[in-house]
Design a protein around this ligand. Sequence first.
Ligand code: PAF
Length: 284
Amino acid sequence: MSGPVILPRVIRTRAELSAALETAPRPVGLVPTMGALHEGHASLIRRARADNRTAIVTIFVNPRQFNEVADFDKYPRDEEMDLRTCGSAGADLVFVPGVDEIYPPGFQTSVRVGTLAEPLEGVARPGHFDGVTTVVAILLGLVRADRAYFGQKDAQQLLILRRMAADLGIGTEIAACPIVRAPDGLALSSRNARLGPEQRAAAPILRVALTAARARYGAGERNGEVLRRVMRDTLATEPLASPEYVSCADTATLLELDHVSGAALLSMAVRFGDVRLIDNDLLP
Ligand code: PAF
């Protein structure tokens, strides 16, 4: 039987954070989140806990990375539940800042990564990655963690954050954690809760499409367009799925590949009604 969850210490201001960091044993691991925590986030926190002497989670629904105000407004927020998840996964500290703590009055800086932010998610969500890189640069600056943990599910975000950390000489190691999936293969996401029952039953088709492309690759196929077509054809078997993009891209540049000779990122965004899901797989 598991005992009661020990809730972690919550801090809300830059000043409290900086005071807490003075005595926090190093190394420090950071897990930046927007809350609505699920088992995927818990796996990041457990990893931060295992690798470091202090594990810090941040919960901040970042207005700058939303394309629509309505989307930001309806983003799920349940601090008490999130703190329980943080506690049971082993977080020591949870930083839950208000908007003014992250973007103080007069704030006018923005961090922008170049061409990596343009394809795939960048097409449908203009400005989204500028919001992500700006907030993560601030969080890395405030926490000065030894390591920061991000999910492989947001593969483009991960690549962009690694580029940003290297370009700006940010000393924090950017660590990637594997995608966590439901038993039927659907990648965990806060958005899954918004799927209706039929959409939820149909949603594992993303994983099925990735698996089909991987199988073709395993059988020797190296033509990028053929691998994209395998994914598109698989998605087309599910009437509730409306694909937005399907990609087989270079893992360093995110440019579409004609021929796969080394590593490749298979990825896709698919709509089920107004719920947009993404998934990916890394070849080989
Ligand atoms: O992946 C997320 O949840 C967010 O983009 C992040 C990295 C916490 C920045 O707000």
